[in-house]
Design a protein around this ligand. Structure first.
Ligand code: ZN
Length: 297
């Protein structure tokens, strides 16, 4: 059984594969923030709420990655709760095959349609947007954290900021190296934004909750900048995207062994290439039908 970990009188989180928020919105009703990957995580959330006699009234989803909304389908069927999600992310949750589709860029092989990449469909009742919303007796501030996904949002209530996948633990950086992002510039801006939020507790999805996020935020920005520098170094010699990916993974001893891992790394690398292109630090040319990236002379 997974317990609710208390943050303050009316706010808890569940530490499982990720941290899910639980916020009281009435005497015996609550909202959860993100729902994990599948029916199992949904059942675990319901069991934890049951121990406290809490009924689920609402789900707030921060973004549309399958490991953040995969429990929705089960929870909505079981409880009839309302779902809040950011625009664009909501479109993917309502059409989950879009995730393997955008990761692969065409209809994807079955291996990319597994639960981690494609959750069960979720309804969305209301869009989650800045500056905030009210659910029951609770006010939530909504803060844009785009970059890791196109329109990720964090929510803060009573000084507790659920900052989702805006930043990751050192352990995650050491294991994954090319941590998933669709927009590097926006991801850096979002991390800077997190640093300025006057929260008493920060609860990232994939790092230990903390009262002071500064060190973790700085570490995330440093890792992103160091990857950008690695890529700049590699493309001093014109290189294809696959060569760059091979060199980055080789440098950090990452062994790519699945289509899922390959495409997540590849798309993240492409986000870095867009960022460096935008910053006028690299450009590209075609050479005998090969697309080559290189540093600007
Ligand atoms: Zn994510």
């Amino acid at each position: 059984m997974t317990d609710l970990i208390q943050v303050n009188e009316e706010i808890y989180y569940i530490a499982h594969d990720a941290n899910y928020g639980v916020v009281l919105t009435g005497d015996d009703t609550c909202a959860v923030i993100d729902t994990g990957m599948d029916d199992d995580s949904a059942q675990l959330i319901l069991a934890a709420l049951d121990v406290k006699g809490l009924k689920l009234g609402a789900i707030i989803n921060t973004h549309s990655h399958a490991d953040h909304y995969g429990g929705n389908n089960y929870l909505v069927k079981e409880t009839g709760c309302k779902v809040y999600a950011p625009a664009l992310e909501a479109a993917i949750m309502q059409n989950p095959s879009l995730e393997p589709f955008y990761i692969y860029g065409a209809d994807a092989p079955e291996e990319l349609k597994q639960p981690f990449m494609m959750a069960k469909v979720s309804p969305v009742d209301e869009l989650l947007k800045e500056p905030g919303l009210q659910i029951g007796n609770k006010k939530f501030a909504v803060i844009s954290l785009k970059g890791h996904s196109p329109n990720q949002m964090g929510v803060m209530t009573e000084g507790v900021f659920f900052c989702s996948d805006a930043l990751f633990s050192l352990k995650a950086w050491q294991r994954l190296i090319l941590i998933y992002t669709v927009n590097v510039g926006e991801m850096i801006k979002s991390i800077e934004r997190v640093k300025k939020v006057p929260a008493r507790t920060f609860i990232p999805s994939h790092a230990v909750p903390t009262a002071d996020i500064t060190d973790l935020a700085d570490l995330n920005i440093a890792r992103i900048q160091s990857l950008a520098d690695d890529i700049l170094h590699i493309v001093r010699e014109p290189a294809t995207v696959d060569t760059i990916l091979w060199e980055v993974n080789d440098k950090y001893h990452v062994e790519v062994t699945s289509l899922q891992q390959y495409y997540l790394c590849l798309n993240t690398l492409k986000a870095y290439l867009s960022y460096l292109l935008e910053e006028d630090l690299i450009n590209y040319k075609f050479d005998a039908n090969r697309l080559l990236w290189r540093t600007v002379e």
